[in-house]
Design a protein around this ligand. Structure first.
Ligand SMILES: O=C(O)CCC(=O)C(=O)O
Ligand SMILES: [Fe+2]
Length: 235
């Protein structure tokens, strides 16, 4: 199956339900093998990137990632556009539930123009590479005043074959309660969509903001590649 076939047949009703109930959704077998192989191969193609971050230097963990430059690779442009529109309607519902007075436009291009009005011009999609012993500390990817409340990670490597350890970790920090850890180990080709900042959680007196962070546990062996698709641009 091709990437566009897979994206066109996504079950948005079930993705929306997972996002509403959990703040994240795991979508199986959406990135074809040729696309994941190509993204991994492009890691060493310097002209595709605007900057390289050595995580240890910033105490972000251990490993390396690179921000793509504009123009983004076709597969990333495609996913950024196609995922944005259905997610914008979930985002708008969450804002209504939470009493946040902000409506996201239906088209990603219009949202990018809104980012530019906030002086957010730099592309944020990135590719990450972890080797044995590497990890990514819990964080949020908010790059300016204006942000989109969902992001996606594409899993390009196969656990147990390409690497061990290196689980994808989400932490939900409900206000005044102890934090909950969610540990995922998706297969190559899977995609996880999750909230960048907080989800709309239902309490006894309506909805409240429940913050979430994400990160990666230490790799015990091998190499692990992911691509992060963030919808807002950065300052
Ligand atoms: O490598 C991962 O699984 C996490 C990547 C990440 O932090 C991101 O895409 O924002
Ligand atoms: Fe991240």
């Amino acid at each position: 199956m091709s990437l566009s076939n897979n994206i066109n047949s996504l079950n948005w009703q079930s993705i929306k339900q997972d996002l509403d109930e959990q703040g994240y959704a795991v979508i199986r077998a959406v990135i074809p093998r040729d696309v994941s192989d190509q993204l991994i191969a492009s890691y060493s193609q310097a002209d595709l990137y605007r900057s390289t971050i050595v995580m240890k230097r910033y105490n972000f963990g251990k490993g390396e990632y690179k921000y793509f430059a504009y123009p983004l690779p076709d597969s990333i442009v495609y996913l950024r556009n196609e995922l944005y529109t259905p997610l914008s309607s979930v985002a708008n519902e969450w804002n209504l539930k939470l009493g946040i007075n902000l409506t996201y436009p239906e088209k990603h291009q219009d949202f990018i123009e809104a980012c530019q009005q906030q002086n957010q011009y730099r592309p944020t999609p990135l590719i990450l590479k972890y080797e044995t012993g590497d990890f990514n500390t819990l964080h949020q990817d908010l790059y300016g005043e204006l942000y989109f409340p969902f992001q996606a990670v594409l899993f390009l490597s196969q656990p147990q074959e390409d690497y061990t350890g290196g689980e994808f970790v989400l932490i939900e920090q409900k206000p005044r309660l102890q934090s909950q850890a969610i540990v995922l180990q998706p297969n190559r080709g899977d995609m996880v969509i999750f909230t960048t900042n907080f989800r709309a959680a239902k309490g006894t007196r309506g909805y409240y903001r429940s913050p979430m962070k994400h990160g990666v546990s230490k790799l015990h062996s091998g190499n692990r590649y992911t691509v992060g698709i963030i919808f807002h641009d950065a300052k």
